[in-house]
Every structure is written in C-alpha cells, then in structure tokens.
Design a protein around this ligand. Structure first.
Ligand code: ADP
Length: 500
C-alpha cells in the first residue's frame, strides 16, 4: 500500500473538478495544470496549487507530456490522474509517468497499449469466447482482399480505423462498387487522423443499441462489473444521452454480457476503472466493440445506481488497496440518466457554438447532479471539447428519472450560446425514448432539424418552423414529419423560444 498525499490532475473542465472533489474528500491535496486559455477556470481555482503548462492549443499544453510531468515533479505530487480524453489513453504517457517515479491513476501502460488497438483488442476478446461483429480481425491493406472480405461479410459493411476513436475514422459502404473509393478514403483519413492507416471491416449492424459495462479491477486479480450503461442516443457516432440500467437487458442477458466484459478485462490483466463496449442487435445478440481504458464521461450514471464513488475507487486501487466488495455484493438502485450539455447548435447539425455564457444557472433539488466546469460570464474556449456540463438525474424508476430530467432541464438557464439542452428535453419526451424502443439511429430517425443538410442556420430554423406549422395545421393527417405522442418538436420549439 502506497499512501497518496498529493495528486496532479492532467485535465481541465468538469472532469478535473470531479477528480479533485473526490481527492479532497480523501484528504489528498490537489494540483491543477492549465493552459493560458484556462487561467481563470474553476478547476484552477479549486485546486490547492496550479501550474500553467502552455499556450491554449491542447497539443502545446494538455498534451505536453514533459511539461505535465515536470509540474508533478516541481510540486511533489505522487500521482497523476489523467481524467478522460487528452492523455488518458496514451500508453507512452502512462509509461513516462511511472518511469519518472509517479503513480499513474489508471491501468498499466501495457493494458492501455493492448486495448488502444481495436484489432488487438478484438483478437483478445475472441480468444476468450467473447462474440465479435462478423468481419475481419486483421488489417486490410489491399482493395481486392478487402472486397473479397466485404462480399463474404455481406453489405452494408463498415470500414474502421484500427487506431480510431471518438466516432472518427468510420465509413459505411453500402454496395460493392463503392468499396474501392471508400477504402482509399478510409485509409488516408486514418493515416492523417491517427498516424496509422490500418483499417478493418465489420458487418454494419442495422439497428444496434450501444451497451457498455463498467469494469473495476484491483491489483490483486479481483475484477467486477458495475452493470451496464445504455448509450444509444448519439450524434456523429458520439453519445449525447446515457442511462443505467438499460431498459432492454434481462437479468440473464446482463449476467451474460457482464461476465463477457469481465473476461475481456481479465484477459489484459486489467486494473483500475475501464469500460467494455458492446453492440446489441435486434435479436439480442451482443458483439464486443472495444474497451476504453479510463474513466468514462458517463460514469456518474453508474455512480448513481451503485452508490459508489468511481474516482475514489480508482485512487484506492492505485494505492494498492484490494476491492472491498465482490460481484454478488453489488445491487442496482433505481435508474439514472445523463444529458450532456454541449455548446452546440442542434439546429445546425450539432456544430460547436462557442461564446460567452451570459446567463448560467444550474438546476437543483432531489436526485439532480450537475458536473460542470464553467461559471456565468465565462467564455467557452474554442480550443477544446465544447462540453459545458453533464446533468445527471436519478430516480426510483426510469419514469421518475425521465420526469426529473425534464424538470431539471426546465430549471437550467443558459444563454449566450446554443446548447443541446432543448434537444435532450425533446428526447426525454419522445415516445421512442419513453417506451425504450430506440437504437443508435434515434437522431436521424426522429430529430428533423438536425438531419437537414444545410449549414445555414436561418434556413434550418425556417425549415423547423415550417415543420411545426405543418404539424399544427395538419394534426388529423400525419405526414412524414409527424411523430406519435403529439409533437415534441413543437413543444421543444416553444420552450426554446421562451428560453432564448
Ligand atoms: P469509437 O472508438 O470511434 O467511439 P466505436 O467502435 O466505439 O468507435 O463505435 C462508436 C459507435 O459507432 C457505436 O456506438 C455505434 O453507434 C457505431 N458502430 C460501431 N461499429 C458498428 C457496427 N459494426 N455496426 C453499426 N454501428 C456501429
């Protein structure tokens, strides 16, 4: 057991604050690093000490490994917590942290390396009887071989970058004749985005749900899962709303998938917190997607339903403490939903909409948690992910969690930038979400303004207004823009107008 007295958090915004809060509760001193753009950020003010690590672009600050390690050395921090994003899944960083005499609060560099390559991860999963999406688990380098595999797999297929992440580097190929051009593009995109042009082929699952399992392992070989999170409401293959538990898993399927997730973690000698992601098809067959070797953005929904503090557990594991519970000790408590509040314009294809938060008032009350990194009057910097906050609502039932989320969204006051709040309310009120009958295509299928191709905001707004007018005028004869359960778009639109 190594006692940790001081932790440097190599991150910014809400996650830096979230990590520091748990550390402080454990009597551990906290150190912030920041870029010149974040000089006045709440995470800098919250920390016991803070060090500037460079200019605003993350490549020169939050991704500057040597500057961060130098800050840890100067202030005498024993451990470094990477948060999520930035350096959290960088094998080289994890190794450098340890080499420089610090504790990395996360898994070993070796586990990160193994799981950082989707192909290596898939091979390992297959070796441990975890089902994979049909396709190939080897990189495809020439078009003729790729075409043969694609034909055998059956179109539509998905071309994926082996080193991909964040929903980037994926291309759907619908027909054989499109394969050569799409593969050329996929390879060049993968090479420029990830420095590795390897791509592979997966069957494109038509209507999947994204279901992931939270894993926790200690350094003594104990590994448990903390149930699942459903993250099927996505835009651009990236999550916007997450919930726990999933409304479609039976206890049997939960056990089967949870056991598979634990096998994946065990296979790579995992310790710390991690997430094993699966796709679930319409016939309730599940397939391994990848493992994320860090704390996930959506971890608070798991905290809500288990009553555990995942960051505290990460720190205890890094100190060498064994887990104090086993799988059978864990029970699900109620239902939790997280809405990601991004500074994005849902009317304009969810494009970032940074600016100044002229009004910023959080919701409060029973079962409501807000993890954020901003105060009223602050600018949302253009350099980083435009996440303003995560709004997490917990209730005894799914219905209660949804009602609470709607109430909390109504209470939230944000002006100065467009946000995803109104969109999240639209989802909460949509019949498909309420009934639990949805998949990863929720946004394209049900959210009209976002699917407009135009980048022109006025045009998009006009189209949305026209859509609402049609709904109002033609309530008796539903056209393609009608959705069941009244018209949430209409309510959303009204709500948005009164808010702005
Ligand atoms: P990333 O690492 O870039 O996040 P993932 O492999 O985790 O990529 O996939 C992200 C999302 O892309 C999934 O949640 C799902 O919506 C979609 N996706 C990935 N693979 C498939 C597939 N084979 N069929 C259909 N959708 C997929």
């Amino acid at each position: 057991m190594t006692d940790i007295h001081k932790i440097l958090v190599a991150n910014r915004g809400e996650i830096a604050l979230r990590v520091m809060r748990s550390a402080r509760e454990m009597g551990i001193r906290t150190v912030a690093v920041y870029s010149e753009a974040d000089r006045l950020s709440p995470h800098v003010r919250f920390a016991d000490e803070a060090y500037c690590v460079g200019p605003p672009p993350s490549s020169e600050s939050y991704l500057n490994i040597e500057r961060i390690i130098e800050a840890a050395r100067r202030c005498g921090a024993q451990a470094i917590h990477p948060g999520y994003g930035f350096l959290s899944e960088n094998e080289h960083f994890a190794r450098r942290v340890v080499e420089s005499g610090h504790i990395f609060i996360g898994p070993s560099a070796q586990s990160i390396g193994l799981m950082g390559n989707k192909l290596a991860a898939k091979k390992m999963a297959a070796d441990h009887q975890v089902p994979l999406v049909p396709g190939t688990n080897d990189p495809v380098s020439d078009i003729a071989t790729g075409q043969r595999i694609a034909r055998k797999t059956g179109y539509p297929i998905l071309l994926k970058a082996a080193a991909g992440g964040g929903g980037k580097g994926m291309r759907i190929v619908e027909r054989g004749e499109d394969f050569p051009s799409q593969m050329e593009r996929a390879v060049s995109e993968a090479a420029s985005a990830f420095g590795d042009g390897s791509v592979f082929i997966e069957k494109y699952i038509g209507r999947p749900r994204h279901i992931e399992f939270q894993i926790l392992g200690d350094m003594h070989g104990n590994i448990v899962h903390l149930f699942e999170r459903e993250c099927s409401v996505q835009r651009r293959h990236q999550k916007v709303i997450e919930e726990a538990p999933s409304s479609v898993l039976t206890p049997e399927l939960r056990k089967e998938m949870g056991d598979a997730a634990v096998r994946v973690a065990r296979a790579c000698g995992y310790y710390g917190a991690g997430t094993v992601e699966f796709l679930l098809d319409e016939n309730n067959r599940f397939y391994f997607l990848e493992m994320n070797t860090r704390l996930q953005v959506e971890h608070p929904v798991t905290e809500a339903i288990t009553g555990l503090d995942l960051v505290k557990l990460q720190i205890e594991i890094a100190q060498g403490k064994p887990l104090s519970f086993r799988q059978d000790d864990l029970t699900l408590r109620g239902h939790a939903i997280e809405a990601r509040v991004y500074a994005e314009d849902p009317f304009n294809n969810f494009l970032p909409n940074t600016g100044r938060l002229t009004t910023y008032r959080r919701p409060h009350g029973n079962g409501v948690r807000v993890d954020d990194g901003f105060e009223e009057g602050m600018e949302i910097p253009v350099y980083y992910d435009p996440l303003i906050a995560k709004l997490i609502c917990h209730g005894a039932t799914r219905q209660e969690a949804i009602a609470r989320m709607i109430r909390a969204i109504d209470e939230y006051r944000i002006s100065g930038v467009e946000t995803t709040l109104g969109f999240c309310k639209f989802v909460m009120q949509h019949e498909a979400f309420v009934s639990g009958n949805f998949d990863t295509h929720f946004v394209e299928k049900h959210f009209l303004p976002a699917s407009l191709p135009s980048n022109d905001r006025t045009e998009a707004m006009l189209a949305a207004v026209l859509a609402v007018t049609r709904v109002e005028e033609d309530a008796a004869a539903p056209g393609p823009i009608m959705i069941s359960h009244g018209s949430p778009q209409q309510k959303w639109r009204r709500n948005r107008q009164t808010r702005d």
